[in-house]
Every structure is written in C-alpha cells, then in structure tokens.
Design a protein around this ligand. Structure first.
Ligand code: NAD
Length: 467
C-alpha cells in the first residue's frame, strides 16, 4: 500500500509554505497539466485502449482529451477575473466599512476517479483545484491499471509530489484515501460508493462534492419527428458503449411512435458504426467481463419477462464476454424489472410507452433525481413544464451528453445523483473558501450604539424594524 499519509503530510506542509499561490503560479500549473496531456496524448489513449480491451482512439481524443484541454484554456483565461475580490455593500449602520468576498485556496484536495473517463474525470476536478490554488491527491480506479500506471508516471514527471500526486491501488487504498482529512474531497463514481465516501469524510468533517450516477431519462414529445430524436440519441448512448454517467439510460416515447423510433435508432447506429457495429474501430468495448455479464444478465432477464430485443445486426452470443456488446433497444419492458431499476451504464436502451409530458414528469418524479434529463420536442411549453416540475443535475432540450463539455456551464448532480458543482466559476468557488472580509478603519460610529443602551438607541432600532 502506498504511504498516502506521508504524501498527504508533504502536501499539507507545502501548502503551509505557499498558502496563496499567485495568479502566475496557478497558471504555470495549469499550463503544465496542458503540456502533460498534449505531449502524451497517444500514450494516454493507448493505455485506455488496453484497459478497455478496445477504446476508440477518436473517442478518447474527442470526449477526454479535447474537453480536458478546453477546460484548462477556459480556466487560464478566466482565472484573473475569478481571483479578484468581489465587493459587497455593507449596511449603512456599520459604515464606514468595506466588504468583499475573497477566494482563498482550501489546502489539500482529494480527487477520486471512476474508470469510465479516467482522464477527463481526473483533470476536470484537478483543473478547478489548481485554479483555486490547492494541492491535489488523485486516486484512480483499480479497473484502469494501464492508465493508472501511465498517468501516475506522467504526473510525477510534470509535477512535484507535494503539488499533485496520483495514487493507484485496490479498494482498500481507496477506503484509506477517502479517510484522509482533506480540505475537500471530490468523488466521482457510483451512488452506492458515494454513501461510503460521505460517511468516511464525515469523520473529518471534510466537505464533499459527489458526482454520482443514476438513470438519466430521455422523453420524446410528439412535437419532434421521432426519427430526429432517435438520431440525436445514438451518439449520446453509444459513445464509450454507453458507459457514460450522463448517457440516456431509457427513453419515454409515444406508444404509436415506438416502432418508428426503434427503426430510426438502429438505422442511425448502422450509419455511424456500420452494418456490424462491433467490427467498427469507433465503437468501444465493455470495460471487463464482470460488467459484460451484468449487462447481458439484464438482457436475459428482460427477455424472459417478455421484452423484445432489437439489434442492429444479427443477435450476438451473449455469453461471449470477450466480444464487444452491440447497441440494443429493448421494448415491452416491465418498468419494475432490474434493467429499469439499476443504472444501465452500457449500450442497452429500454424504450417505454409514454403519451404525454405530464405522464413523463410523473414517471420521472417517482424515481431518484437523475444526473441529466433529456427532453426532445419543439413545443415551447415543454421548457417551462420540465424546468419547474422536475429535478435533475442538468436539463437538456433536443440533445444529450454535450452539456458535460460546456466550459461555461457548471456540472453536478442533485439528490441521489450527487451534490455540488464543478467546471467553470462554480468549480473554482467550490474548491476555494469564499471568505467574506469586513474591514473598518479608524472611525467607528457603532460605538455610539454600545451599552449602556439609551432611549435613542431604542428609537433607532424601532425605526429600523418598522422600515
Ligand atoms: P465506483 O463507485 O465503483 O468507483 C469510483 C471510485 O471509488 C474508484 O476510484 C474506486 O477505487 C473507489 N471505490 C470503490 N469502492 C470503494 C469503497 N468501498 N470505498 C472507497 N472508495 C471506493 O464507480 P465506477 O464503477 O468506477 O464508475 C461508474 C459509476 O460512476 C457510475 O455510477 C457512473 O454513473 C458514475 N459516474 C459519475 C460521473 C459524474 O460526473 N457524475 C461520471 C462518471 C461516472
């Protein structure tokens, strides 16, 4: 087991020696991270390819490398503005005085990363943490050991260990990591493990940002051609073979449009990935045999319960865990079946009948609050309905997935899908102490209101109360 306590102490000491890194120093660290990524893009993509068995090279570039670098660029250009103290007006009763909110680095931030987008989900919180002037320790997933080894070495090459360090190891290491008395802990992973993280952090009163998962629904309204919605959903669902936290988990579709939806969805799958998607170098594999079995288990169970499976090509051998799992649509699915209870996290798309926005909102509100909610429809009234009557980490109209890549939007869940935001200014502020500062000078008029209280003070209070 790596000596994580010693690494943590070294970061604490280094932070104490430099408690407020300058703008130039923070930018240097961000540029260093950018160089790390750009100089080693191929090594990173190769490692992820080895971990997945097959991870499409352009997927890694498009979904991990590009948004990581764009996030760094955005922070580099906005950091000076974010670091400026924000003036606040104080009540006249306490004048003369000035007030401001000042962003102060927290100290040592812990970052825990899942396996599905190892680079993106390590760099996302890291960029916010470095911009905010913190030191960082990163625990990578035990399910991506090749990436873990490569990234740990790169971070050691580009940063000093008291600046940024990477820890690899099994679940025991992750448990010990989550028990360190960080000044903030950002965890990205499953809702179940998120509960353990929060209780471990509670022992130290370490504040947490939890970026969790769950079932993100997609509702299709009659006001959009169903084929158009299907086409836009394929990219979001099939990228990384559906192993994406914000992938549309299931679709709510008007009953009489389900057949058209299935046909359009499968046609678009074939257009994007060819007649045999599993043969495409652009289509990724399931991370390991255990996940493969979990997914095919849902399919077998659903089939036994009367669901129909629709494949883009001939049905695959579900027991061949070495093979890629093609995209598949499920219809006539029981809403209480396991595939509709657990987060799918794979290329399986159940389509359930749903004939109105009202019914969709009821269905969604009866379930845990999702990380994302996708609404497809051109009717303007839909916007107000869904904005006001549903809760989700993010709400997207007429597209899916792309909200994660927006540098100008914060990202985070709500309820079972997480707490707290990162990305953009919200990430910087989340990993800073936004410290209110009140300053008075030589003059203090408040002295006039000190005890012993007289009737003038009572009159003043009375006047203030009745204003
Ligand atoms: P996971 O919860 O199994 O693991 C995440 C991290 O937690 C890993 O680093 C792992 O080492 C560590 N861990 C595992 N068990 C632990 C324990 N008992 N105590 C402490 N740490 C432990 O998640 P995963 O399987 O790697 O990733 C998939 C999940 O992550 C899905 O639910 C997905 O929706 C979610 N996810 C969320 C986001 C988001 O941004 N909200 C992004 C990607 C993935």
């Amino acid at each position: 087991m790596p000596d994580i306590n010693a690494l943590f102490d070294a970061q604490r000491r280094a932070f104490a020696q430099q408690p407020f890194p300058s703008l130039a120093e923070r930018k240097r660290r961000l540029r260093q991270l950018k160089r790390l990524i750009l100089d080693n893009e191929t090594a990173i993509a190769d490692a992820l390819n080895a971990d997945f068995g097959s991870r499409a090279f352009y997927e890694t570039r498009f979904i991990e490398v590009l948004p990581s670098v764009a996030n760094i660029n955005h922070n580099l250009s906005a950091l000076r503005r974010w670091m400026k103290p924000k003036r606040r007006l104080l009540h006249w009763l306490y004048q003369p005085a000035s007030g401001a909110i000042w962003a102060q680095p927290l100290g040592v931030v812990g970052i825990m990363v899942p396996w599905n987008y190892s680079l993106l989900l390590a760099t996302g919180p890291l960029v916010s943490a470095l911009a905010a002037g913190n030191r960082c320790m990163i625990k990578l997933s035990e399910l991506t050991p090749q990436f873990g080894a490569v990234f740990a070495q790169l971070v050691a090459d580009y940063f000093s260990p008291d600046e940024v360090t990477v820890i690899n190891g099994e679940v025991e290491v992750a448990q010990a990591f989550s028990a360190l008395p960080f000044d903030h802990l950002v965890f990205t992973g499953s809702t179940a493990v998120g509960r353990h993280i929060m209780s471990a952090a509670a022992a130290n009163l370490t504040p947490v940002t939890l970026e969790l998962g769950g079932k993100s629904p997609a509702f299709i309204d009659r006001s959009i051609p169903v084929a158009e919605a299907a086409r836009r959903l394929v990219f979001a669902k099939c990228t990384n073979a559906g192993q994406t936290c914000v992938a549309p988990d299931y679709v709510l579709c008007p009953t009489d449009h389900i057949d058209d939806f299935v046909a359009a969805y499968l046609a678009e799958v074939r257009r994007q990935y060819g007649a045999q998607p599993t043969a495409s170098a652009d289509y990724s594999a399931i991370i390991n045999a255990r996940q493969h079995q979990r997914l095919t288990g849902y399919l077998k169970q659903a089939q036994q319960a009367g669901a129909q499976l629709h494949w883009p090509d001939t049905a695959p051998d579900l027991d061949d865990t070495d093979a890629k799992l093609p995209p598949v649509v499920l219809t006539s699915v029981d809403p209480d079946s396991p595939v509709m209870q657990d987060e799918i996290f794979g290329p399986l798309l159940p389509v359930l009948p749903c004939d109105s926005a009202e019914a969709a909102i009821d269905f969604i509100n009866q379930r845990p609050r999702p990380l994302s909610l996708y609404v497809f429809g051109y009717d303007r009234a839909l916007k107000t309905h869904f904005q006001q009557r549903t809760h989700s980490g993010s709400l997207v109209f007429n597209d899916a997935l792309i909200q994660v890549a927006q540098d100008n939007l914060p990202f985070g869940g709500v309820g079972a899908s997480g707490m707290g935001h990162y990305h953009d200014r919200e990430g910087f502020e989340r990993l800073s102490k936004m410290k209110p500062i009140l300053s008075k000078g030589r003059i203090s008029t408040l002295k006039l209101a000190y005890p012993p209280y007289n009737r003038w003070i009572h009159r003043l209070i009375q006047w203030l109360l009745l204003r």
